[in-house]
Design a protein around this ligand. Sequence first.
Ligand code: SF4
Ligand code: SF4
Length: 130
Amino acid sequence: MAVMITDACINCGDCASECPVAAILDEGNERNPYNGEQFYVKPESCVECVGHADTPRCAEACPTEGCIVWDMPYTADFTEYYETKNEEGVYKIRVHKKKGLMLPSVKAQPFMEEITADLRESHAPVADSF
Ligand code: SF4
Ligand code: SF4
């Protein structure tokens, strides 16, 4: 990813329209593994707003404290992490007709290099980093 949305989400919808790459799915979307429960960030699409804004726009817009948190970079180093969590149902990574599962090893995404591994591993709230 990226960033991820936790179960603190109240489904207000304020974040999705702010995302520059349409990485956020509402609670009713069939590609959302938390279908019916909460909004979801597609890790294979999120660019952490790099090249679009100084800070993640979704977290700027979210009214719920601690709802949008850091996750690991979507880079080849974290392929196993994302593959395992995809199998566990934490993510629902897109399957491409020719390329297969769009893991970071297939297509990596930009990430904010200044965010430490500790913040990412502990899923610290994004809003607290700025
Ligand atoms: S960090 Fe940026 S690119 Fe990622 S989901 Fe939020 S708004 Fe979209
Ligand atoms: S803005 Fe926050 S609370 Fe509202 S839908 Fe998005 S993640 Fe959920």
